[in-house]
Ligand binder design. Structure first.
Ligand SMILES: [Zn+2]
Length: 73
């Protein structure tokens, strides 16, 4: 099964979770217990079409953990 990277917007922790591609589980941050958001890995080639992705931003074809900060550069 593929490994997905999750990022907690609450405390900023990033961690990996393994689950099936078809699954979209609620992943809880191990640090603070908040719900974490899945990062789109640039290497995996997994692209969610038609929705807001956490992956690329500002035309940069790589994941960024903080789109706002990324876009301000
Ligand atoms: Zn957290």
């Amino acid at each position: 099964m593929p490994t997905y990277e999750y990022h907690c917007a609450s405390c900023g922790k990033s961690f990996e979770k393994i689950h099936a591609m078809s699954e979209n589980p609620d992943v809880i941050c191990p640090e603070c217990g908040a719900k974490a958001l899945r990062q789109i890995s640039g290497g995996a080639g997994i692209i969610m079409k038609g929705g807001n992705t956490q992956g690329s931003c500002c035309g940069i074809d790589s994941p960024c953990s903080d789109p706002k900060r990324c876009c301000e550069k």
